[in-house]
Design a protein around this ligand. Structure first.
Ligand code: ARG
Length: 400
């Protein structure tokens, strides 16, 4: 008896996931391996990947275009939550994992598989996100992770694959580990492992170096409807087109690079570089529109919710009761977050330079310093008397 009869394997076309196919069959006694490659806007051609899986011994090779759902159901909620892990990383890779897990579980149920599999190693966050999401969606499915157990170096994996007709990669493989989807790129390993040294320019694909960006600023207007970005420069766009176009514009001005040392879930600190032009711009613009349309207390309370929400995404708890409860809170807060934000792109900066909304709580008569001022200055005195009362009493009792 093998570890499972029929397995749905998350497949990228790379060496590791290809080697998983014969490995599952030969070493773990799996009868059928069904591969699933998800299109999340990473720009790979999935036709050849589909063929490669079959050549590597897959019984069936599935390709699913999930880009629209990725943006609508995963990125947009994260934007509404202004989700930034450790205040910086907008979770572009992390958000893809619960969606891929969902596709795997759906395929397993459809094809009657008793397990799903992925090619993650034991050192990263992604294994946690896959495993926990899968158990949340269907606790009866086994999760197999060959790369967590096989102990292969990259050379070992290539050699093992060659025994089963999987060709060694033709071009010299990149020294970096790169994850890519429509929202961005995550780059680590190679020379980046020294957090003291500057990342070489060659690693960047979506964002220009400042020295190559235009010498004129570019202004754009982003329209939001109930917290969701819906238009660029007045043109209503579908979610995928909006992200793609904004990636182009922001990336062209060198916006969206992040170089950080982050705390992984498995206890390791790692140095990661991100390119996330659209996602980062949208989070900043969205947060700005909230400052115009939410009351002070909701806005300030939401910051704590956002922090927790980012941790839930990072730590694999997308499908969890706490996440669902926070979604309800966030959804409720977004009812009036509609309006437009004007952003100026210039030399690596996305600066918010204007915002307006039919739901604006900004009150010119109260804010103005001119003679139009309607604010009752005298009322401040009584307010301050009561506001400061506990402090006054404390001072009187403790001064000695
Ligand atoms: N550190 C990021 C995360 O945990 C990205 C992980 C994948 N990174 C990579 N370079 N392959 O979400």
């Amino acid at each position: 008896m093998g570890r499972a009869e029929k397995v749905v394997l998350a497949y990228s076309g790379g060496v590791d996931t290809s080697v998983c196919i014969p490995y599952l069959k030969e070493e773990w006694g799996v009868k059928d391996v069904i591969t699933l490659a998800a299109d999340l806007g990473q720009g790979d051609e999935l036709g050849p990947i589909q063929q490669k899986a079959l050549k590597s011994g897959a019984a069936e090779s599935l390709v699913v275009d999930a880009t629209e759902s990725f943006v609508k159901d995963y990125a947009f909620p994260a934007i509404m939550a202004n989700a930034l892990y450790e205040n910086r990383y907008p979770l572009s890779t992390a958000l893809a994992r619960p969606l891929i897990a969902k596709l795997l579980v759906e395929a397993a149920e459809k094809y009657g598989a008793d397990a799903v599999a992925h090619g993650c190693t034991g050192k990263g966050n992604d294994q946690v996100r896959f495993d926990v999401s899968i158990m949340a969606l269907n606790p009866n499915l086994k999760v197999l992770a060959p790369a967590r157990e096989w102990g292969f170096s990259r050379e070992d994996a290539i050699a093992y694959g060659e025994r089963f007709g999987i060709p060694a990669p033709v071009k010299k493989s990149s020294p970096y580990s790169i994850d890519r989807n429509l929202l961005g790129r995550s780059i680590e390993a190679g020379v980046l492992e020294d957090p003291a040294s500057e990342a070489p320019e060659e690693i960047y694909v979506m964002t220009k170096a400042i020295s190559d960006t235009p010498d004129q600023p570019e202004y754009i207007e982003i329209g939001f409807e109930q917290g969701v970005p819906i238009s660029l420069n007045g043109n209503t766009l579908d979610p995928v087109a909006l992200i793609s176009q904004l990636n182009q514009i922001a990336g062209n001005h060198g916006v969206g690079r992040i170089d950080m040392v982050e705390n992984r879930l498995v206890g390791i600190k790692s140095r990661e570089i991100y390119e996330v032009p659209a996602l980062l711009t949208l989070i900043h613009a969205h947060r700005d529109l909230e400052s115009l349309t939410l009351t002070a207390d909701v806005s300030q309370y939401k910051r704590g919710i956002e922090e927790t929400y980012s941790h839930l995404i990072y730590k694999g708890l997308w499908y969890s009761p706490l996440k669902a409860a926070l979604d309800a809170f966030i959804q409720q807060t977004q009812a009036r977050v509609s309006g437009t934000v004007r952003v100026k792109f210039f030399k690596g900066n996305a600066t918010i330079v204007g915002r307006w909304s039919d739901n604006s709580l900004y009150t010119p008569d109260l804010a103005t310093y001119t003679s139009e001022d309607q604010f009752d200055h005298k009322a401040a005195e009584g307010f301050i008397y009561i506001w400061g009362l506990p402090t006054r009493i404390w001072s009187e009792k403790t001064r000695g």
